[in-house]
Ligand binder design. Structure first.
Ligand SMILES: *Cc1c(COP(=O)(O)O)cnc(C)c1O
Length: 397
């Protein structure tokens, strides 16, 4: 078997350097555990940014994928397939919405939500074509396409990629007055993450999302919740919008929706919104493919049957309370919901991440000073305790 060093050198030699990965090579994995080519084992506390809520290689998801591979993998949307309708019905029940539109990556689902809002704004709300405005939040992360980075204020994500897509305004995350002031008769939607993951696990002030929803309703503006990272039990509710008892007009879903096996994303909304699509107006070759649908159907079954939201809540409360016991005056705050936890430092967190990885815990800093801890929801208490011992050792000062 090739060494980690060889694999990393090959990757860096031939790949564009749009990532700077931590120096760990994933060779095999199971649940929360990851093995490198040298046979060293690690606890995965990133879970592929929450795509791996089910852990690596969940046996039932792997079986669903294998069975579907032996049956049918792709039809394209030029034809029907046996799995798509079943998956759509299940996702509608899950979200409480009457329609879904399937895509593959989170970014594609965000694009789809933006297109939906603009078309709804023109055809239903009656905003003049080309005048539709969408409000977003500062420090958001919604993905990487040109239109999506047009909503971003992250210079690294934007440099050299202009000209950007017009029609966006940004307001401070959690600031209701700014949101109200930004709305005009041409505003069609407000897009927000219920918890900002990439920004460092930022939870808005209590009541913000609910009040934002009311402000949107009053002004006939759609509330779009980007639950790509927070959705499917990660935060201790099936969707993080539920903390505020908000049913957003549009859900954007991805990551865990594909069970950590295949890219499956979707927009879910009611017919008065998603009904604006007509044949030819939007699509994706792989969107709604039977392989993705089969895995995703099984993933949703498991989420419900094994009560993942409850598990994430209980394990998250436990994990967070243990993290808070760590004594280090460079730790400013430990915050989070369920198993989406951020530990903020007063200093650059990268040296601490290095120590964690050396000890066998995989984590990554986000926005320099915050380490995100987001283990798979299937992690056992024994595994969490073993990881916590390493974390305590690495972070105590
Ligand atoms: C990861 C993420 C996306 C983008 O998903 P991709 O599959 O990487 O395109 C969008 N929104 C949020 C909140 C995310 O965390």
């Amino acid at each position: 078997m090739r060494s980690s060093k060889e694999i990393m050198e090959q990757t860096e030699k031939y790949g564009a350097h749009n990532y700077k990965p931590k120096e760990v090579v994933f060779s095999q994995a199971d649940g929360i555990m990851v093995k490198n080519p040298e046979g060293e084992v690690f606890y995965d506390m990133l879970s592929a940014y929450s795509a791996l809520n089910f852990g690596h290689k969940h046996p039932e998801l792997v079986q669903a994928a294998k069975d579907q591979l032996d049956t049918l993998s792709l039809s394209s949307r030029a034809f029907y397939n046996e799995k798509l309708g079943e998956w759509m019905e299940k996702l509608c029940k899950f979200t409480g919405k009457s329609m879904v539109l399937p895509m593959n990556t989170g970014a594609e689902a965000v694009e789809t939500a933006l297109k939906t809002a603009r078309r709804w704004g023109h055809l239903v709300k009656g905003v003049e074509e080309g005048k539709q405005e969408i409000i977003c939040c500062k420090n958001n992360f919604h993905g990487r396409t040109i239109t999506i980075i047009s909503m971003s204020n992250d210079d690294d994500a934007r440099l050299g990629f202009g000209p950007f897509t017009p029609g966006f305004k940004s307001v401070e995350y959690g600031n209701l007055e700014e949101l109200e002031a930004a709305i005009t008769p041409n505003t069609v939607a407000f897009i927000m993450e219920p918890i900002q993951g990439e920004a460092g696990v930022i939870i808005p002030p209590a009541g913000f999302m609910k009040k934002a929803y009311e402000v949107c309703k009053k002004n006939n503006v759609l509330l779009i919740a980007d639950e790509v990272q927070t959705g499917f039990a990660r935060t201790g509710n099936m969707f993080a919008s539920q903390f505020e008892e908000v049913e957003p007009d549009i859900y954007i879903l991805g990551k865990a929706l594909g069970g950590g096996i295949i890219a499956v994303s979707a927009v879910a909304a009611n017919e008065d919104i998603l009904g604006v699509y007509t044949p030819g107006s939007h699509g994706s070759t792989f969107g709604g493919n039977p392989l993705g649908c089969a895995v995703s159907i099984k993933a949703m079954e498991i989420l419900e049957r094994d009560n993942y939201p409850q598990q994430a809540k209980e394990k998250g409360d436990y994990f967070m309370s243990k993290l808070r016991e760590i004594k280090n005056d460079e730790i400013v705050e430990v915050r989070g919901r369920g198993l989406l936890i951020g530990m903020e430092f007063s200093v650059n967190a990268a040296p601490y991440v290095k120590k964690l990885i050396k000890g066998g815990v995989l984590a990554k800093e986000t926005h320099e000073k915050t380490i995100r801890f987001a283990p798979p929801i299937v992690s056992t208490y024994e595994q969490l305790d073993a990881a916590l011992a390493i974390i305590k050792e690495a972070l105590t000062k």
